[in-house]
Design a protein around this ligand. Structure first.
Ligand SMILES: [Zn+2]
Length: 221
């Protein structure tokens, strides 16, 4: 899948898991984890859809968090493994059981095929509906340093637009969903500096307006 699908299903499934285990999800972290396995595209020497897509590695990495936070950590594990088990499994597979085996496990649906594009668009629509219905969008737009995590999905969404090396171009049907998500990430990331600027302007001393009744200096004619 493209970044749109990975992020959409990561959010929806993590949200559903959070509801099942009665915990609120950290939205920027969920969105970042949903696409995190694809950071292998940016790391020289790593095979794309290789070790970073391993379900075994995800489970190992999650174990300390599961032991410490128990069910509360489940939405983040779900967001991470759905990337390989859903999106990449359907469209060509990945090294799901690495390092035990480097065999690519998955189906052979084309990433440009009708089935995948319908799934990605459906995921995007569901993501928007859940974001609006749960009012998560307003949480995302609140100034918070943790919103910087959205740089990860933003880079993943943008990458195919500015480079063709190792990447496949985004199909036209996913341009609007990609742009919609990029705007959401940008608004969320920029909410903190915008809030800081607003605070500065608010706190800046206002220029004193001299007036005869306030005892200020008067200009002589
Ligand atoms: Zn992937």
């Amino acid at each position: 899948m493209f970044a749109v699908g990975h992020v959409a299903y990561g959010y929806i499934l993590a949200k559903a898991t959070g509801k099942a285990v009665k915990t609120d999800i950290h939205i920027p972290l969920v969105l970042a984890l949903s696409i995190a396995p694809d950071l292998d595209l940016l790391i020289r020497g790593l095979t794309h859809r290789g070790i970073s897509h391993s379900v075994i590695l995800a489970l190992l990495f999650s174990t300390p968090f599961l032991l410490k936070y128990r069910a509360k950590a489940l939405p983040y594990l779900v967001a991470t493994v759905q990337h390989s088990l859903l999106g990449d499994y359907l469209t060509g597979g990945a090294h799901l059981l690495s390092p035990l085996t480097t065999r690519t496990i998955g189906l052979d649906l084309s990433i440009y095929g009708q089935e995948n594009l319908i799934l990605e668009c459906t995921g995007f629509i569901l993501l928007m509906l859940v974001l609006i219905h749960s009012r998560d969008y307003s949480r995302l737009l609140k100034p918070n340093i943790e919103n910087l995590l959205l740089i990860i999905p933003a880079v993943a969404t943008l990458t195919p637009f500015y480079t063709s090396r190792r990447y496949v171009p985004v199909p036209v049907i996913l341009l609007i969903p990609s742009l919609g998500l990029l705007i959401l990430y940008a608004l969320s990331i920029l909410s903190l500096p915008a809030h800081a600027i607003k605070q500065l302007v608010h706190k800046a001393p206002k220029p004193r307006l001299d007036h005869p009744s306030s005892g200020g200096h008067q200009l002589s004619p």
